[in-house]
Design a protein around this ligand. Structure first.
Ligand code: SF4
Length: 422
């Protein structure tokens, strides 16, 4: 009988850090203590923090709506004003919540509503939906909307790509200074980029603990603990938090504490999370003794190009080099490398209906990986809209996949033992 699952102790600190982050936003929006910029999750947050904005990320709100299982009742409100049920369910959940005057931020962090933006800032490096999403709020609030249109999809990152994005980042500065009522201080921007890089490096080290057997962290833990890497990169609070989390995970490795007690199968999660089913899927994996030890999704907030000595240029590199913005060939090579590094037995693709941008099973990749000897499973679902997700189907296919992998892992092990015999 494997040992019971041990909770990550840093979760209490995570709650405190996230509450303090939202309290700053509340004070800006409700008490006039600062300006609020809305930013896409891989948008130019460093420029915004360097200008003194409180930075709010609507995708984090979308994920909260999904995790609270509110999306299915909110999406129809967005559909009723013309936003298709087929487009991003973060977008439709968020706009639906706005139209119905609902938000989990009230109960969780004491905000009266989502914070009114002073400016909206996007980067299309992840998808076009973010621009259309922010355009809705530009019309609602009548505030400036600025952003970066990133070349997509990018093969090898070339100087032309970097120059094009860097020039767009530069052109954001003047309109953002106008809203902020202050000039961008280059020394401050360097400081923020340095903190962002430090956060990113620590987050990368946190995720790489998953390469250890058994893994001290699962993909589902990563989805919870990635909050500061998304909303507070560029701030010292995120750096401090990941030092605490990393120390705990390294301690787990030393003490042999596994995220999935008795881990026997190691999996790769490819695609968006199913926010409303994180707990259920985590419990299912624990019962199967299968651990999702690595994912492209959590890795997306590792920005190893950020360099405070070249702030804008390095931001252009980091934010254009993003996995979601790359060609199929680059994505496949990236996944193969992680499968090797994390000693993964099989790759599970979540074909998220409303996020084709981050559903990587649609152009033959599972077949190609299988052809290269990497077992794969694809299931249909969605990041937020649980009407597109079947508990029974996912459970059955995951159980069967793990059983198949357990059989072949056992056979490999036996073969290995046989080869060791004199
Ligand atoms: S990448 Fe997918 S989930 Fe994220 S905003 Fe775009 S469509 Fe939505």
């Amino acid at each position: 009988m494997p040992a019971a699952r041990v909770e990550i102790k840093a979760s209490a600190e995570l709650k405190r850090v996230m509450a303090a982050y939202y309290e700053e936003i509340r004070q800006a929006a409700e008490e006039g203590k600062g300006k609020v910029a809305w930013c896409t999750s891989v948008g130019p947050a460093e420029i915004l923090y360097a200008l003194g904005f409180r930075v709010y990320f609507p995708e984090n709100h979308g994920a909260m709506l999904g995790a609270a299982r509110l999306s299915s009742s909110l999406i129809p409100a967005a559909n009723s004003i013309g936003y298709s049920p087929d487009i991003c369910s973060y977008l439709t959940s968020d706009i639906g919540a706005y139209l119905k005057g609902e938000t989990p931020l009230k109960k969780a962090y004491g905000l009266k509503s989502i914070p009114r933006p002073d400016v909206l800032v996007y980067n299309t490096n992840q998808c076009r939906d973010v621009q259309d999403w922010f355009s809705f709020y530009q019309r609602e609030f009548n505030v400036p909307l600025v952003g970066v249109s990133t070349p997509h999809p990018v093969p090898e990152l070339g100087e032309a790509h970097v120059r094009a994005v860097e020039a767009q980042l530069e052109s954001l500065i003047e309109p953002l200074e106008k809203v902020a009522g202050t000039k961008l201080d280059t020394a401050e921007l360097r400081k923020v980029v340095a903190l962002s890089r430090e956060c990113s490096d620590l987050w990368g080290r946190v995720l790489r603990t998953g390469a250890h057997i058994p893994s001290p962290i699962s993909f589902f833990d990563g989805c919870i603990h990635m909050g500061p890497a998304v909303v507070l990169r560029g701030r010292k609070e995120a750096v401090e938090y990941y030092k605490i989390l990393l120390a705990e995970l390294e301690g787990r490795i030393k003490d042999g504490v596994a995220a999935v007690p008795g881990e026997r199968i190691r999996l790769y999660w490819e695609g968006m999370p199913v926010w409303g089913r994180l707990r259920d899927l985590s419990e299912l994996c624990i019962s199967l003794r299968a651990c999702f030890v690595v994912s492209t999704y959590c890795n997306s907030w590792i920005f190893d190009e950020l360099d405070p000595s070249r702030p804008l240029e390095s931001m252009a590199r980091a934010y254009t080099k993003l996995f979601i913005n790359r060609t199929e060939q680059i994505k496949e090579a990236y996944i193969r490398e992680l499968v090797r590094e994390f000693k993964v037995h099989g790759v599970v693709f979540h074909d998220s209906k409303t996020c084709p941008n981050n559903a990587n099973s649609r152009y033959g990749m599972p077949r190609r990986l299988a052809g290269a000897g990497i077992p794969t499973l694809t299931f249909n679902g969605d990041l937020c809209d649980l009407r597109l997700y079947s508990d029974a189907q996912v459970r059955t296919s995951l159980e069967a996949f793990v059983e198949q992998l357990t059989g072949s892992a056992g056979a490999q092990e036996a073969k290995g033992r046989g080869q060791e015999r004199p």
